[in-house]
Design a protein around this ligand. Structure first.
Ligand SMILES: Nc1ccc(Br)nc1
Length: 445
């Protein structure tokens, strides 16, 4: 609402009588805290990245699915103290329902699989690209939303599924121009920790909390990790043993500790053997410290990281064979990953791999006189009918139009002039060759 104000204006400076000025209070034009606008240039990069995601999904014959950004809060209530559930963007809607802006995709995907029940035949290979939210205290000034590409394989219990998902990651990185010198994929299994916890007779109901705490390795000090582990009931000597094994980077070493029949060792050996056959061994490495912070992982977990160590994890995923039973149905084996849209762009910028995505227009149509706006419309309609992108420009000086044609990388400038029109012609200028000619309107294509 505008309101008169007696705030002194420059007019007052020269002694003139103060005049009432109307001052409109402007709305805040920034997007909500932690969210982003995407200008055309930003959208060209985002669309290019999402096109890469879609193309890789197609190469692995995944089908695209989608879910509401708004979900029932119940889908995300977990008791393991994960950061993701402590930062739920949750609220009560006008119907008194507890809802959230989803913080991740996997629970929605599990919900849909359950909803479909017998009407879908397994295995399912589904992907989606969707916005995810968190309510982060702005003290850390981090974003509250990002877009995630998710790929999930439902109904495959063997590590073939993980090998396929990692193949998708490798293909994506290679398509972006990223090499295994830039990025690595750390792989481990929750079964490593599980086996250890069992040897220390830690009760199973503590496993998930231990996983979530151990995931903070590298983010908080070892002492803080040990303190948190002890606080949930892990004995000090068990903590020492855990931290020791979590530093393992060799599968042989792990086998020495867990024994040749440990499931964790068998799964990982199988995965590394498949990797040889896919030809992506140089991208992956065993690293026992990888646990990932989501409570529902039950087996192999993995994350991609930049080898310069400047950025947060690029993506992460793993097997979650028990998630469906937490929703009250029979379990179906599943695994998947989430790949955010922010860290990868930071990496591309670091590596000088951001593509030059220019705006492009096929034709600019410019009527030289206002009474030619009708004929110009006819030309525009005919060209668009033929599938050409056309920018109709009016009320501008010709000098501006030429500059605009350069700016939008137009292929042709089509000038609609009186004398030409009378003869059924228009003037065409090919911007790349500067070639100029008249052409019959019905021959323009
Ligand atoms: N889960 C989640 C959601 C939103 C952002 Br930003 N980061 C992580």
């Amino acid at each position: 609402a505008s309101r008169a104000s007696s705030i002194p204006t420059h007019d007052d400076v020269d002694g003139a009588a103060p005049i009432a000025v109307t001052e409109r209070t402007m709305i805040d034009v920034n997007p909500p805290r932690g969210t982003r606008d995407f200008l055309p240039e930003d959208m060209r990069l985002r669309n290019w990245l999402f096109q890469q995601f879609r193309e890789v999904s197609r190469l692995l014959s995944f089908e695209e699915v989608d879910f509401p950004v708004l979900e029932s809060e119940a889908l995300f209530i977990r008791k393991a103290g994960e950061e993701i559930t402590q930062q739920l963007y949750n609220f009560e809607d006008k119907g008194g329902r507890r809802v959230v802006l989803r913080p991740e995709i996997t629970p929605s995907l599990a919900r849909l699989v359950i909803k479909q029940g017998k009407s879908v035949s397994l295995p399912l290979k589904w992907f989606t690209i969707g916005q995810c939210w968190r309510y982060e205290r702005m003290t850390r000034g981090r974003r509250r939303e990002h877009y995630q590409w998710n790929m999930d394989i439902i109904g495959v219990s063997r590590v073939r599924a993980e090998a396929e998902l990692i193949h998708a990651l490798v293909i994506l990185f290679e398509r972006l121009g990223i090499t295994s010198a830039d990025v690595g994929i750390r792989i481990s299994s929750r079964k490593v920790l599980q086996a250890l916890l069992q040897t220390y007779s830690i009760p199973e109901h503590l496993f998930t909390e231990v996983f979530v705490i151990v995931d903070k390795l590298g983010k908080i000090t070892k002492e803080e990790i040990e303190k948190e582990l002890v606080s949930v009931g892990v004995s000090l000597d068990a903590v020492k043993g855990l931290v020791e094994v979590l530093s393992f980077k060799s599968l042989t070493r792990l086998e020495d500790v867990l024994g040749p029949n440990a499931e964790a060792v068998a799964d990982l050996k199988q995965l590394f053997s498949l990797a040889e056959n896919y030809g992506y061994s140089q991208w992956i490495q065993f690293d026992a410290s990888v646990v990932r912070g989501l409570a529902y992982y039950t087996g192999i977990v993995f994350e991609a990281f930049d080898k310069e160590g400047k950025l947060r994890a690029i993506c992460g995923g793993g097997r979650y064979d028990r998630l469906l039973s937490t929703f009250g149905t029979d379990d179906i084996p599943a695994c998947g990953f989430g790949f955010g849209d922010a860290v990868i762009v930071e990496l591309l910028k670091e590596k000088g791999l951001v593509p030059d995505l220019i705006r492009q227009v096929d034709d600019i149509v410019f009527p030289l006189d206002v009474e030619l706006e009708g004929p110009a419309s006819k030309i525009v309609a005919s060209l668009r009918q033929k599938g050409r992108s056309v920018d109709l420009v009016e009320d501008k000086r010709l000098k501006w139009v030429f500059k605009h044609a350069e700016r939008v990388n137009a292929g042709r400038l089509i000038l609609v002039g009186n004398s030409e029109w009378q003869r059924g012609m228009v003037r065409v200028k090919i911007l790349s060759t500067r070639e100029e000619y008249e052409i019959r309107i019905d021959e323009l294509d």
